[in-house]
Design a protein around this ligand. Structure first.
Ligand code: ZN
Length: 198
């Protein structure tokens, strides 16, 4: 219950762009081959499915929209393209409800390929919204990496305390010190400038 697969599917999809890395290495689905490998590993497409350049662009657009949507849950500005992008995904590959012999109830895309895979990912977004998990997903304010917030009051804002939490605090401290020294300089000017106090 602590970490159902669909939560990690969403986070893993977002993590196909790693903002912590330099541009050339940040993008893990830069080519049709790379996207196909990633989708196959997640069993979201079949080995014979075709993946085109347009699919790469589409996957990245959906990923950006999910990212913006999740960030918005934590008070960040939403890109106006977010809602239309997410809403349009299932028009290419509608989701249908299937009930298995094992009693499992699933939302599955009516068509395969990349369109179906993207609908599966958007279905996870729906499930996360329905069970409250969405409230626990966040985007690091420092580096932009996605995270699952396990704090009791959902107060997490960084991907990790050690990495970005520490960097944010030292940056804040530095800014405060600079502010202090600027303030004391300002106060110092009249005393150091002859005639300024007259
Ligand atoms: Zn971070």
């Amino acid at each position: 219950m602590s970490n159902p697969a669909y939560r990690s599917l969403l986070l893993d999809f977002l993590a196909t762009r790693n903002p912590r890395k330099a541009d050339a290495e940040a993008e893990r689905i830069a080519t049709p081959e790379a996207l196909k490998t990633w989708l196959l590993r997640r069993e979201l497409i079949q080995p014979g499915d075709q993946v085109l350049e347009a699919d790469v662009a589409n996957a990245r657009r959906v990923r950006a929209a999910i990212r913006s949507f999740i960030a918005a849950h934590r008070g960040r500005n939403v890109d106006p393209r977010t809602a239309p992008t997410l809403s349009s995904v299932t028009s290419y590959a509608p989701l249908k409800l299937t009930v298995g012999d094992d009693g499992a109830v699933r939302l599955q895309p009516a068509v395969g390929g990349v369109a179906g895979a993207l609908s599966s990912i958007v279905a996870e977004l729906y499930l996360a919204a329905a069970d409250g998990t969405l409230e626990r997903l966040g985007i690091c304010r420092m580096c932009g990496f996605p995270f699952h917030d396990r704090t009791r009051n959902r107060s997490r804002v960084w991907c990790s305390m050690e990495r970005c939490g520490a960097r944010a605090k030292s940056r804040a401290l530095k800014a405060r010190r600079q502010g202090d020294s600027r303030a004391s300089n300002r106060e110092g000017i009249p005393a150091e400038t002859p005639g300024a106090s007259d």
